[in-house]
Design a protein. Structure first.
Length: 475
């Protein structure tokens, strides 16, 4: 039997455009061991990690006449070095130069004639360090058949190996693909009616099916209703080029803010995630003010925050384990402490509502080791499958392990997600906490977010503002 893409995965292919590549990335900075670490060793490590995960050696094949969704087939000419590439910054490579490299790499669509992933070994960083930049298509990383490459690199033992994928299968002929599609139509007549001639002209229908498939979003959408998101400078036409900024902050600062600005019963209600959202809120407020845009007391920015609805005891990460919280960030509120409590209340309402429906919603949590890269991808899949009219911005925040991780003796010192932009959304924010730090990855449209560096600075300033804020009355 052929391995066919589901409606959601197929939608990610059909919805992709030159200006909207639908892959998720990661940037990892490593400290090499005393004996060094080079490209050849990295290729060997990647080859070992993907050996038991067939999706990394499969490409997508369209069914003739588009009689059905595309299928995954083994790449008969798979070349590991095509996917694992060597790059270098002019030594000593600065953070700014690495950010510019990431922006250029992430703006390029993956080649659909090959397996849908790439990894870059970037040499020449300051202090003798090197970086690994990965990108994988949302159609590929579904948490079942494939997890993110960064997940495999840093915690391979947490991901079960599928021994059946180690045997390469011959690519099916066009006749076989047509026959399988027709057989499927006999067994499921409704499917052929929705598949024949879908192509690009039926992207909207495919997107609707994707929305119905992606996680448990129906009840959450009911909470938002049909109200569109407020107008925002974040929502502009998106071009083909990108800007990317990395922000490194101290996790202990968020914990101290949580403890200092809350008391009594509110201590347990306010989370570190709430403090992070409050930090982003203050940053967006300051950023808009630097642009000379009006910020009134009623001004808000609606964000979609993917959360996990599992208790952490499972060993699989899937779309069904994700749901969405919609929060109107109160950028019009002048008091940083009040912003925090308004956000905490809004998040608590949605999480308690989910719990009342029998869903154990918490926050995005690490499952099976270093899962943040995979969780970021699942969060992006959820956001990509939903109408952009419902929110202005996607923010994924995934806590990772709070101890140092290593790959072949190389210590991971920094890790940043790269979230994709959606249609009409000029900014995406991803965060990963790791080893006592909180790492922001800001991905923006190069033209509409030409001042992305100001937003990055505003994040640091907003965090400082919360650190010195006074506790609100009643908190």
């Amino acid at each position: 039997m052929v391995n066919r893409l589901g409606a959601l995965d197929a939608a990610f292919l059909y919805l992709e455009e030159a200006t909207l590549p639908m892959h998720v990335g990661s940037v990892m900075v490593f400290e090499p061991p005393a004996d060094g670490f080079d490209y050849d060793r990295f290729v060997a490590v990647v080859g070992d990690r993907v050996a038991g995960h067939g999706r990394y050696r499969q490409r997508i094949r369209q069914v003739p006449g588009r009689l059905d969704n595309p299928v995954w087939v083994d790449d008969q000419y798979f070349d590991l070095t095509y996917h694992v590439r060597r790059s270098a910054l002019p030594s000593p490579g600065t953070r700014v130069e690495l950010e510019e490299f990431v922006a250029r790499i992430m703006a390029r669509r993956l080649d659909h004639d090959h397996p849908l992933w790439e990894a870059y070994f970037v040499e020449g960083l300051e202090g003798g360090r090197f970086a690994v930049v990965t990108k994988a298509h949302q159609a590929m990383v579904d948490g079942i058949h494939a997890v993110d490459l960064a997940h495999l690199l840093l915690d391979p033992d947490a991901v079960p190996v599928d021994d059946s994928t180690t045997v390469q299968r011959k690519e099916p002929s066009d006749l076989r693909l047509v026959a399988d599609a027709l057989l499927g139509s006999v067994l499921n007549p409704a499917r052929i009616m929705s598949s024949v001639g879908n192509g690009l002209k039926d992207v909207s229908a495919t997107g609707r099916r994707a929305t119905e498939t992606a996680g448990r979003v129906v009840s959450t959408l009911a909470k938002v209703g049909t109200r569109p998101a407020p107008s925002s400078p974040l929502n502009t036409p998106v071009g083909a080029a990108r800007r990317y900024i990395m922000v490194d902050t101290d996790l202990d600062d968020y914990r101290k803010i949580r403890s200092r600005l809350t008391r009594g019963k509110y201590v347990e209600a306010v989370t570190v995630n709430d403090v992070i959202l409050a930090t982003v809120t203050g940053a967006l407020r300051a950023w808009m003010q630097t642009r000379g845009l009006p910020v009134t007391g009623a001004s808000t920015v609606r964000v979609m925050v993917p959360i996990s609805i599992v208790d952490g005891s499972g060993d699989q990460l899937t779309d069904a384990a994700m749901t969405a919280c919609f929060v109107d960030l109160p950028i019009g509120e002048n008091n940083p402490s009040m912003r925090l409590h308004q956000i905490s209340f809004a998040m608590r309402q949605q999480i308690e509502s989910a719990a009342a429906e029998g869903v154990g919603a918490t926050s995005l949590s690490s499952i099976g080791g270093f899962a943040p890269p995979t969780l970021h991808t699942l969060g992006a899949r959820l956001g990509s499958a939903m109408s952009r009219r419902l929110f202005n911005l996607v923010i994924t925040n995934v806590p990772g392990p709070q101890q140092a991780l290593h790959v072949e003796g190389c210590r991971l010192v920094e890790t940043y997600p790269v979230m994709p932009l959606g249609r009409g959304q000029g900014l995406a924010i991803g965060l990963t906490s790791y080893d006592g730090r909180v790492y922001y990855g800001l991905n923006g449209d190069r033209d509409s977010m030409s001042d992305l560096d100001l937003l990055a600075q505003a994040i640091e300033d907003s965090l400082s503002e919360l650190k010195s804020a006074q506790r609100s009355r009643g908190a």
